[in-house]
Design a protein around this ligand. Structure first.
Ligand SMILES: Cc1cc2nc3c(=O)[nH]c(=O)nc-3n(C[C@H](O)[C@H](O)[C@H](O)COP(=O)(O)OP(=O)(O)OC[C@H]3O[C@@H](n4cnc5c(N)ncnc54)[C@H](O)[C@@H]3O)c2cc1C
Ligand code: SF4
Length: 327
């Protein structure tokens, strides 16, 4: 690890100013940052530890539920209001990492974790995201874990967060504060597609910090589930996941649907066309499968990840059926 200087300001303005200096990086739970620093993929000259900032805690508000960016994943998963009103979020958290990691990892940091693409984590191989212009060996190499949606000829890395999939389905807002003042961004707009510059992953400006998340309340948020499919039952990122929320009419048909998928997109991948097509559908495998078929449109699988398209369709049907069982 390269030597670096360290500060832990208690004043958000100081933290933002320090974080805006080229070569500075922000540290929250450190579960991703420290790994990347130890392995040499990130070498900040200065580390701004933001754990002293007042960005921790959970409150139900008129807008929904507000969760501070420094709230630990384990704290959020244990929150009774979140468990009742937004179960898909709790299930996504409980399916993430391990209890030890969740005790350290923060809600803000989770959304900004870097990809698990094998080549990005292996500093001995080229990778456009780690070293712009060096190439993308995943395109024709080991791409089993890579994306089928949103990729470019420069990068097909998936966004690894489970939480982000659940949050994007529920129209979550990301509250930020930076040298240019506060912003309220839809989570759907936080992450960029890789295009020609996969190294630029979000729309955050230098020094801009995530302060909180606001998840609106709704009937579909209350009746929601997260399904994660992976190579082993725990401590593993998703091959494919689905976050589904539904509201039902008095006849038991879908009145409103929220749907997003993980493990398949270069950013958390919402499926608005499927949400529309689900309106009026019966909650049965026979009725849901033809609608789930539409989710494959626009997919661009590579040699090693074509299986994800069918797996995603099955995950969508199962997640919707599971949401229907929430009382
Ligand atoms: C073994 C292991 C297994 C894992 N499995 C999963 C899994 O199954 N699913 C899953 O979703 N995740 C998984 N993770 C990832 C883990 O959830 C993330 O590493 C963690 O959530 C990141 O949060 P953090 O607070 O530790 O972030 P840090 O490591 O401190 O920071 C991550 C990034 O976010 C930036 N950052 C952090 N907070 C802010 C803020 N408030 N404002 C601006 N920038 C900020 C940092 O500068 C850095 O770039 C796993 C991690 C490990 C180590
Ligand atoms: S997919 Fe992206 S992260 Fe993976 S090797 Fe290619 S450029 Fe790097």
């Amino acid at each position: 690890m390269q030597p670096f200087s360290y500060s832990s300001p208690a004043d958000p303005r100081v933290a933002m100013a320090e974080a805006a200096v080229p070569g500075a990086e922000v540290l929250a739970g450190g579960t991703d940052m420290m790994q990347l620093m130890k392995e040499g993929q990130r070498s900040p000259r200065h580390v701004v530890d933001i754990n002293g900032l007042p960005y921790r805690g959970i409150a139900v508000t008129a807008e929904g539920i507000r969760i501070g960016a420094l709230t630990r994943l384990s704290e959020a998963a244990e929150d009774q209001a979140l468990r009742q009103g937004w179960p898909v979020v709790v299930e996504a958290l409980e399916a993430s990492a391990s209890p030890q990691v969740r005790n350290l990892a923060t809600m803000g940091g989770n959304l900004l974790q870097r990809t698990r693409c094998l080549y990005f984590r292996d500093w001995a191989t080229p990778c456009n995201k780690r070293q712009p212009g060096s190439g993308c060996p995943a395109l024709d190499g080991q791409n089993r874990n890579n994306a089928v949606f949103g990729g470019s000829d420069r990068c097909i890395a998936t966004h690894a967060s489970d939480l982000a999939v659940a949050l994007v389905a529920l129209d979550t807002l990301v509250l930020t504060e930076g040298p240019n003042g506060p912003r309220r961004l839809p989570l759907a707009d936080l992450h960029r597609l890789p295009g020609d510059s996969p190294q630029v992953e979000t729309v955050l400006q230098p020094g801009e910090l995530i302060t909180a998340l606001v998840i609106p309340a709704s009937a579909a948020a209350r009746r929601s589930r997260y399904l994660k499919l992976r190579d082993r039952a725990s401590f593993e990122w998703a091959l494919v996941s689905a976050a589904a929320g539904i509201d039902l009419d008095t006849g038991g048909n879908i009145r409103e649907a929220r749907l997003a998928v993980g493990g398949v997109g270069t950013k958390p991948w919402r499926l608005p066309r499927i949400e529309q097509a689900l309106i009026g559908a019966r909650l049965s495998p026979e009725a849901l499968r033809p609608v789930a078929e539409l989710a494959g449109e626009g997919a661009r699988p590579r040699n090693g990840n074509a299986f994800k398209v069918e797996l995603m369709k099955r995950a969508i049907v199962r997640a919707l059926l599971a949401a229907g069982e929430v009382t």
